[in-house]
Design a binder for this molecule. Structure first.
Ligand code: NAI
Length: 333
């Protein structure tokens, strides 16, 4: 029995993500929550012939508490998306408070649930969730994840395009590490399951890295004020949630990059900090998932000198983003 909950379920990501979770036969209960329209989305989805029982809630009458009761996995895509000209960090002002309040609900009602944070800026919203959990004395770093899967999905797609064969997209895997914004997104192309041709021009490689780092901007620009990635994000979110659920049910050997508190695996986390040469609290790395969440944080592995430069370039932004999230909860203004 698995109860999955979506907070922000009526939004651009929330609706297709809820559809995909309803389509996952491992989900037996699906709770949807939003400040608008969640009951409507729930009734619509409830007619689909898959096992999950769906129920939607709004804030009145303890809706948040009700939806979270018994939750195993909580996915959070609540908050405003980017418009052209905005960075993910520009969203902090509004989304930080939304995520803090939802995290408070989870900490008090479903403190053992796995929390999957989609709301941007992920580099800061994950520390916000963690700090709220610490305040309530229920913090377990193994159970809080920043969803960076869209970067991984984009890397598979864009690498396949460079290889000239889109049929490869489902089998190409590229570890993407660091964080989830601009230069903090670091694709490790040298570890691609399908290596790039050795004769590839350096400018093509540079363009590919840039496209993976700033792929979100392509969507924001094309949507021209109507928001950011929603459908590809829902796909990515359902992919990651699906992996977490499979691990929860006991499947072994599932590894996915995700942005976690490095205390989630003391040995792996410390080793990674040594590799980074910096005492960061959070980083996105390939993580082995298990029934209790993070089982093992893998290191960067063998990376090229050029990739070392990219990793180093990500560290200052990451440190600032993390500090911003932590301070927001510890020293509220
Ligand atoms: P949207 O505006 O379409 O939907 C957001 C939903 O959140 C709305 O239905 C809204 O009513 C709801 N909401 C707002 N405050 C709430 C609260 N306090 N409680 C519950 N629900 C609340 O936005 P969209 O496009 O779905 O994006 C959502 C978030 O996901 C944004 O922060 C965006 O930046 C982020 N995102 C993250 C990605 C990632 O890779 N992690 C990729 C793309 C977007």
């Amino acid at each position: 029995m698995v109860k999955a909950v979506v907070l922000g379920a009526a939004g651009g990501i929330g609706q297709p993500l809820s559809l995909l979770l309803k389509s996952n036969p491992a989900v037996t209960e699906l709770g949807l929550y939003d400040i608008v329209n969640a009951p409507g989305v729930a009734v619509d989805l409830s007619h689909i012939a898959t096992p999950a029982k769906v129920q939607g809630y709004l804030p009145p009458d303890d809706g948040l508490k009700k939806v979270l009761t018994g939750a195993d996995v909580v996915v959070i895509p609540a908050g405003i998306p980017r418009k052209p000209g905005m960075t993910r960090d520009d969203l902090f002002k509004i989304n930080a408070g939304i995520v803090r309040d939802l995290a408070t609900g989870i900490a008090t009602t479903a403190p053992k649930a796995f929390v999957l944070v989609i709301s941007n800026p992920v580099n800061s919203t994950v520390p916000i969730v963690a700090e709220v959990f610490k305040k309530h004395g229920v913090f377990d770093p193994k159970r809080i994840f920043g969803v960076t899967t869209l970067d991984v999905v984009r890397a598979s797609t864009f690498v396949s395009e460079v290889l000239g064969d889109l049929s490869l997209t489902t089998s190409v895997t590229v570890p993407v590490v660091g964080g989830h914004s601009g230069v903090t997104i670091v694709p490790l192309l040298s570890q691609s399951s399908h290596p790039l041709p050795s004769g590839l021009q350096q400018s093509t490689v540079d363009d590919l890295i840039n496209r993976i780092q700033f792929g979100g901007d392509e969507v924001v620009k094309a949507k021209d004020g109507a928001g950011s990635a929603t459908l590809s994000m829902a796909y990515a979110g359902a992919e990651f949630a699906g992996k977490v659920i499979r691990a929860l049910k006991g499947e072994k050997g599932i590894v996915a990059p995700t942005y976690v508190n490095l205390a989630a695996d003391k040995v792996g986390g410390e080793a990674l900090k040594k590799e980074l040469g910096k005492d960061l609290e959070y980083f996105s790395a390939p993580v082995e998932l298990g029934p209790n969440g993070v089982e093992k944080i893998n290191g960067l592995g063998k990376i090229t000198p050029a990739e070392t430069v990219l990793v180093k370039a990500a560290l200052p932004d990451l440190a600032t983003n993390i500090e911003k999230g932590v301070t927001f909860v510890q020293v509220p203004k």
